[in-house]
Design a protein around this ligand. Structure first.
Ligand code: 13P
Length: 259
């Protein structure tokens, strides 16, 4: 890892009602210390119904955890039943928005074009996208993993300025490793993250390549976080299941102690 500041993010997916969310953030804040926040940035991404509650706890208790969301629409407002706009999230002081998670792509039909519109809309509200990419096991076996991820990165970031690319976050999440307990080896994860960085450099310049933070996601746990985080091109983790347990998540945030 270069001097990019690591970002460990908890994607709660469709878990925790707003009471549980408040408890979870409070427990996490008790498990982390001031020193932790000096070496790692932490974000939590609750479901929409919890965002306001988590915001209130974070701000009232001055907890140094960034508020995140899991998705958004690209329009600011309008007749889009069931959707939530980036402007609404920005109003709640959301800092990071996950965009193009594989579950959105695979289960809800999001395309690279949709993801691109969302990335631009999130940036337009001065929030930071965490743009996800990753291949299926079939694509990996067919030798198509790198080309798929390259396409997702290029199309997802189309029209984004070089300066904005340098500041945003890309999450590499191999679909076969999500929620399965099967983690990519640290070397495989590193190889793909290095590939993503070179795609960014080729398309947006060396500064963007050097600056963009790349997270690994897919069955990250306290026991494998240290090895993944010690890779040169892995700047953080996007954690699903293990982020639901504040104790486990705090151990991932403190991966240095697990090493
Ligand atoms: P798991 O950590 O449960 O495999 O989920 C990863 C993920 O999809 C995070 O966005």
């Amino acid at each position: 890892m270069a001097d990019r500041f690591p970002l460990i993010s908890g994607n709660w997916k469709m878990n925790n009602n707003h009471f549980e969310a408040i408890q979870s953030v409070q427990k996490l804040s008790y498990a982390l210390t001031k020193d932790d926040y000096e070496v790692v940035e932490v974000s939590v991404h609750p479901p929409f119904t919890d965002v306001r509650s988590v915001q209130t706890v974070i701000e009232a208790d001055k907890i140094d955890i960034r508020l995140g969301a899991q998705n958004c629409h690209w329009e600011t407002k309008g007749a889009f039943t069931g959707e939530v706009s980036p402007a609404m999230l920005a109003k709640l002081n959301v800092v990071y928005v996950i965009v193009g998670h594989s579950e959105r792509r695979e289960l809800f039909g999001e395309t690279d074009e949709d993801v691109n519109k969302k990335v631009l809309a999130v940036l337009g509200q001065e929030m930071t996208p965490i743009m996800c990419c990753g291949e299926t096991s079939t694509e990996r076996e067919a030798g198509a993993a790198e080309s798929k991820v390259e396409r997702q990165v290029k199309e997802g970031l189309a029209g984004v300025t070089k300066a904005a690319v340098a500041e945003l976050v890309i999450a590499y999440e191999p679909i076969w490793a999500i929620g399965t307990g099967a983690t990519a080896t640290a070397q495989d994860a590193q190889n793909m993250c290095a590939h993503i960085r070179s795609v960014v450099s080729d398309n947006f310049g060396a500064d963007a390549g050097a600056g963009v933070r790349i997270q690994y996601g897919g069955s990250v746990k306290p026991t494998n976080a240290a090895e993944l985080m010690s890779q040169a091109d892995i700047d953080g983790a996007l954690v699903g299941g293990a982020s639901l347990d504040p104790e486990d998540f705090s151990r991932i945030v403190n991966w240095r102690l697990e090493a």
